[in-house]
Design a protein around this ligand. Structure first.
Ligand code: 5GP
Ligand code: 5GP
Length: 226
């Protein structure tokens, strides 16, 4: 009787520790979308995917596991490489909504592989490869950033808009405060580059960001055309 209850306690402790270690793998995701016009008009420039010029819309950059203290895990499983066969049914959605703009031109596979290997492997206990890409595509469908901005009169026309108006347009439409990341065009104008939203560890529900990334935009930023 004594042995069995102490064995039970040991098992319960082990169970508790394993739940703890799984739940601590990461705290939330950043869901990051990029404006193609701001990727392309920089000194580095861009190359369109082999499948053609992407739509003038925000594209997915990634779904990034993060910790509440602002740090983040990366490259968590060297044995889990990107396998196009596992996401074959998602490929056309990825081409449309997750296009690569890096040079030289590519199909997107190198970008998706990079994102899976650097970030996706760090949420593998929750989302397998298919689940990870599916989750990002579903989020993209849930959140129409361009429409949110356009509804507020903020258009990709090369004009400048206040950072505050951009942030509130998205907060208004999406219900959560985004983080705006800027970069610079060839004339060193500060411009709208990426928009971050936070997502719970299931990869499904938007949440208030526990912490925002670092970086700074000017108070007025350009929204370039694409
Ligand atoms: P950069 O240094 O250009 O801001 O970011 C380079 C890369 O580091 C990003 O594309 C992303 O892979 C990763 N990264 C940068 N900041 C964060 C962050 O706050 N959280 C996570 N999870 N990854 C980040
Ligand atoms: P990060 O580590 O910043 O998430 O991933 C960026 C990496 O993906 C870089 O190596 C970059 O060259 C590559 N990449 C390929 N296509 C794109 C793209 O359209 N946007 C960004 N930001 N990076 C891309």
């Amino acid at each position: 009787m004594k042995t069995s209850s102490s064995t039970l306690i040991k098992l319960l402790v082990l169970l508790y520790l394993s739940v703890l270690s799984v739940s601590q793998e990461f705290d939330f995701f950043y869901f990051v979308q990029q404006w193609p016009g701001s990727y392309c008009d920089t000194v580095k420039s861009c190359c369109y995917p082999t499948t053609g010029k992407p739509e003038a819309d925000f594209g997915i950059h990634g779904l990034w596991p993060n910790y509440n203290d602002g740090n983040y895990p990366s490259n968590c499983d060297a044995n889990s490489t990107y396998d196009p066969k596992k996401v074959a049914d998602l490929r056309s959605g990825m081409q449309k909504n997750w296009p690569t703009l890096a040079c030289p031109s590519g199909s997107g596979v190198a970008f998706w592989a990079h994102e899976w290997e650097k970030h996706g492997t760090c949420s593998e206990s929750i989302l397998d490869q298919h689940g990870y890409f599916q989750a990002a595509l579903n989020l993209r469908r849930q959140v129409n950033l361009l429409q949110a901005l356009k509804n507020a009169g903020i258009n990709p026309d090369g004009e400048s808009y206040s950072l505050i108006s951009i942030r509130s347009a998205i907060q208004e439409a999406v219900g959560f405060t985004p983080w705006i990341e800027c970069n610079a065009d060839t004339s060193r104008n500060s411009q709208l580059y990426q928009i971050y939203l936070c997502v719970d560890t299931s990869g499904k529900a938007l949440i208030d960001c526990p912490v925002f990334p670092r970086g700074k935009c000017d108070s007025e930023i350009e929204f370039p055309s694409f």
